[in-house]
Design a protein around this ligand. Structure first.
Ligand code: SAM
Length: 224
């Protein structure tokens, strides 16, 4: 468990969503909705890991699914808990899930894979852990920022992240470390093809991905 990351998220729960909406011009709502629509086509018992303030879990429960939502940051989970009583919220570490093998039909994660990716080995172990608690033929949906294809678009995106995300995020949330961290991790995260190969390496099969407009986020879908 990474105490530094836990501390960063403890400082921003009340401003977390509004900052996201401002920095993405509201697109984060559309990206989660689209992902939840695809994820909810599968099975009935779903786990949303690193749920934060529970936005993805909420989208899934609105589709009539049974949802368990896990996070290691109590203040973020408290915000989520106030929104819905049907979701089963659990405090825990994504790297050591407190569930039996083959429990869930689907696992979702949104905008948190970067946080557990302290190194490639760590990420591989986490993906293996997700795979362990998925039922046979269960599916994993990973929504995360990615690297734009074209060099110019990539440069513009990284410039926006370095300058605006850092400044606006820190200003509105009142937490400089959180948005320094965000602007540090986004340009350094894997591109869609690399993440696909890490998912294969961790044991998943039939890995595919979709990039959502404006092609700075990708939803990877992987099968157990
Ligand atoms: C950027 S937020 C994403 C929240 C939410 N999924 C969303 O779409 O907005 C990252 C969340 O992941 C959680 N997190 C990071 N590493 C974790 C870990 N190893 N185990 C459990 N939660 C973790 C943080 O506490 C935080 O709430």
């Amino acid at each position: 468990m990474n105490k530094g990351i836990q501390k960063i998220f403890s400082q921003i729960p009340d401003k977390y969503e509004i900052v996201n909406h401002i920095l993405t011009f509201g697109l984060d709502i559309y990206w989660r909705k689209k992902s939840a629509k695809l994820a909810s086509k599968e099975g009935s018992l779903l786990l949303d890991v690193c749920t934060g303030t529970g936005e993805m879990a909420l989208n899934l429960v609105r589709k009539g699914k049974r949802v368990v939502a896990l996070d290691f940051c109590f203040p973020m989970l408290e915000m989520a808990r106030r929104k819905d009583s049907k979701i089963n919220f659990i405090i825990g570490d994504a790297g050591r899930l407190p569930f039996h093998d083959e429990t869930f039909d689907v696992i979702t994660i949104s905008f948190a894979t970067r946080n557990i990716n302290l190194n490639r080995e760590n990420l591989l172990n986490c993906f293996r852990e997700f795979r362990r608690v998925l039922k046979r033929e269960g599916k994993f949906f990973n929504l995360e920022t990615t690297q734009p294809f074209g060099r110019l678009w990539r440069w513009i995106f990284h410039f926006y992240v370095k300058v605006f995300v850092k400044k606006i995020g820190s200003l509105i949330s009142g937490s400089e470390p959180a948005y320094n961290y965000l602007s540090y991790t986004i340009p350094r995260f894997y591109d869609s093809e690399e993440l696909k190969s890490i998912l294969y390496q961790s044991g998943f099969s039939n890995v595919s991905y979709k990039r959502f407009f404006p092609f700075i986020v990708a939803l990877h879908i992987a099968e157990k």
